[in-house]
Design a protein around this ligand. Structure first.
Ligand SMILES: [Zn+2]
Length: 90
């Protein structure tokens, strides 16, 4: 069995499906406890992955999945940034 070493599968915190990192966005809680959108996918800090899917993000927002996963509050502005990030396809 061959393994594709480029495939890096992560679990979406909202729908719990396993996807390749390229299909997810990473939200990071930095060491100073600020929350950011990690476009490099390699910022230090605690990360949570979520699908590039507006419905999936809406569900996470409604249920508070992201803040529970990161153990930090996410403000409205952060959700808006995320919505823009997942909304741009491709
Ligand atoms: Zn998802």
């Amino acid at each position: 069995m061959s393994r594709d070493r480029k495939a890096q599968v992560r679990t979406c915190v909202s729908c719990r499906s396993n996807k390749d990192k390229s299909e997810l966005i990473r939200v990071v809680r930095r060491p100073d406890r600020t929350v950011g959108l990690d476009e490099t996918m390699r910022e230090p800090g605690r990360g949570a992955y979520i699908c590039k899917d507006v419905d999936c993000l809406a569900k996470a927002k409604k249920r508070g999945t992201l803040k529970r996963s990161l153990a930090v509050e996410l403000d409205e502005e952060m959700y808006e940034r995320l919505e823009r990030a997942v909304g741009k396809t491709g």
